[in-house]
Write a protein that binds this ligand. Structure first.
Ligand SMILES: [Zn+2]
Length: 219
């Protein structure tokens, strides 16, 4: 899959849609689309401003960092410019209730939770997991409980789920980043990113962007 612009996202239906449970007690049955923990790709991203939500809160877009932690900052213009990095998980799952592939954005605390799940269920994709939100809308102490509810064989390859890089995380070259730093926009964006994304109902202000507390209960 080649790189696309944000304006193109509307052409991809539900692909790249975010998984969300909006309020306390909301549940969904999902399959995580991985066989083992080794199949989960962690990302390191830079955040850039991307306009505002209707309530005035700032929106963010993520841009993939171009260097590994042990490489010189020169490899990534955003690092070189002093922009901070954040580790992110963009977990690919199939929402059995919504009948679509979705991406669940999580902080690094979920790496150990996913490792724990994957150590119990191998291949992980075979297990249907009920996820329950514990925490009211807007509660920054919200946690999520995992409850295995059934096992049925499935193949990761059978799910037509996009890779987050290029959809949920912008995949830019060093030259693109240099241009952004100089001009405030990426080359080839026909309008600014936020104008395009205001039309994109996948970014509706309800996306959970917090890292959960590290004392999240195990499933
Ligand atoms: Zn970087």
């Amino acid at each position: 899959m080649g790189r696309i612009s944000f304006g193109d996202l509307d052409n991809y239906g539900s692909n790249g849609a975010y998984f969300q449970l909006k309020d306390n007690g909301n549940k969904a049955n999902v399959r995580f689309l991985y066989n083992t923990i080794d199949d989960i790709t962690p990302y390191v991203v830079h955040s850039i401003p991307d306009g505002t939500y209707p309530n005035g809160n700032p929106k963010t877009a993520y841009v993939n960092c171009l260097r590994n932690y042990d490489e010189p900052v020169d490899k990534c213009p955003f690092c070189k410019a002093g922009m901070t990095v954040q580790p992110k998980l963009m977990l690919k799952l199939y929402n059995e209730d919504a009948k679509e592939c979705q991406i669940w954005e999580r902080g690094k605390a979920y790496a150990s939770r996913m490792a724990n799940l994957a150590s119990h269920f191998n291949p992980l994709v075979n297990e249907v997991i009920e996820i329950t939100r514990c925490g009211a809308k807007g509660d920054n102490q919200t946690t999520y409980e995992f409850m295995p509810v059934g096992n049925s064989p499935a193949n990761v390859e059978d799910f037509d789920c996009v890779e987050p890089l290029g959809f949920n995380i912008l995949d830019k070259t060093a030259d693109d980043m240099e241009a952004y730093l100089n001009l405030g926009a990426f080359p080839g964006d026909s309008a600014n990113v936020s104008q395009q994304r205001n039309n994109n109902n996948q970014y509706n202000g309800n996306v959970v962007r917090r890292t959960p507390p590290t004392n999240s209960r195990a499933f």
